[in-house]
Write a protein that binds this ligand. Structure first.
Ligand code: AN7
Length: 351
């Protein structure tokens, strides 16, 4: 039976005798060695952490299971979040699993269709906000100050605690920490969580060092890179379309304490990486996730990542979340044929 992250890493988590040990099978995701992309780039040790393999298709489940367990421990009956999509899908799933009422605020027109479908399927109360993620987050923070509703965005420290387990898994799989950890940055909870995990693993002598943290924002939504709040963030990677990250300060700490960088990648670079991953590696991630690979490629080209180092790119969510995008940018024509074997044979042989 699957253990889940609460059981597996309980000694590192804020678990008490009253914490319900819930799980939907989150964590224990694959760390896949790059095959063709590494060869193309001349990298000796490139790996992908496939967080799309979590129960709702993103890394959010690691933090959500901890935050929801804590909400139950605190006798909450309702959980709430603002979301660019994945947090709402995850909250809705764990809310359903634990018989909580789940409320999600999502920005109108900028959430991938698969993520909305998940929130609907799991039975969440969905409020579509005529505003962006940052405005929705401000509202849920205020609402949870006014009412006894549990906030399950990553401003909730239990989310960070759960999400740091991904760093443990990476280190466990490699036998030590990698040299570089490339990760997309939106609200900056995940880079904060990975850094906390790597630091704790080094302190407890599970690893000998911690990686340089390389975080990547989308060019049109890069407040940390620019050093200022972006009022109207834009990017095709809707998951990281965030202009005022809640964990800004701890992202800078992760960068500076690890000797890393936080840089921006363009939508074109994100889409190029998204296609390469699918076509060269057989890995279909969502565009926000591809930002880590786009950033890794940029950093290799700049000489910031030496080719003999161990590099892990975190692929935060599944490509199936956003089927519209895959179809929009498709450059492989679909060919319609009848049931004449000769026609089909000709088509097959002409490929
Ligand atoms: C696939 O779901 O913010 O830097 O509301 O869905 O920890 O915010 C999602 C973020 C990267 C960025 N990749 O992580 C939300 C939300 C994917 C994501 C990020 C998100 P953070």
């Amino acid at each position: 039976m699957t253990q889940g992250v609460l059981q597996t890493y309980h000694e590192f988590l804020p678990i008490t005798p009253a914490t319900p040990m819930i799980t939907l099978g989150e964590g224990n995701t694959p760390l896949v060695r790059s095959h063709r992309l590494a060869e193309q780039l001349g990298l000796d040790h490139l790996y992908f952490k496939l967080e799309g393999s979590n129960p709702t298709g993103s890394f959010k489940d690691r933090g959500m299971v901890m935050a929801v367990a804590n909400a139950i421990e605190n006798q909450s009956k309702t959980i709430i979040c603002a979301s660019t999509g994945n947090t709402s899908a995850s909250a809705a799933a764990y809310g359903a699993h634990c018989n909580l009422s789940t409320v999600v605020l999502v920005p109108k027109g900028n959430v991938a269709r698969g993520k909305i479908a998940q929130a609907i399927a799991y039975g969440a109360n969905i409020l579509v906000i005529k505003g962006n993620f940052d405005q929705a987050l401000t509202m849920v923070r205020e609402l949870t100050r006014r009412h006894p509703i549990a906030l399950v965005n990553s401003v909730n420290p239990y989310r960070i605690e759960g999400q740091k387990t991904a760093a443990f898994e990476v280190a466990d799989a490699l036998g030590d920490a990698p040299d570089f950890l490339c990760i997309p940055v939106g609200n900056a909870g995940n880079i904060t969580a990975y850094w906390k995990g790597f630091e704790e693993y080094q302190e407890t002598e599970h690893t000998t060092h911690s990686p340089q943290m390389f975080g990547f924002q989308a060019e049109g939504s890069a407040p940390i890179v620019r050093g200022e709040i972006i009022e109207n963030p834009e990017t095709i990677a809707s998951a990281i379309r965030i202009g005022n990250p809640a964990s800004w300060k701890t992202a800078l700490e992760a960068r500076d304490e690890s000797g890393g960088i936080i840089d921006a990648v363009t939508d074109e670079e994100i889409l190029a990486a998204y296609k390469l991953l699918a076509r060269l590696e057989g890995i279909f991630c969502e565009p926000a996730s591809a930002a880590s690979v786009a950033g890794m490629m940029k950093s290799v080209a700049k000489g910031l990542i030496p080719k003999d180092k161990k590099v892990v790119c975190v692929l935060t969510g599944s490509g199936l979340k956003d089927p519209d995008l895959a179809n929009q940018i498709a450059d492989i024509p679909l060919r319609e044929l009848g049931t004449e074997i000769d026609d089909v044979e000709r088509a097959v042989l002409s490929m």
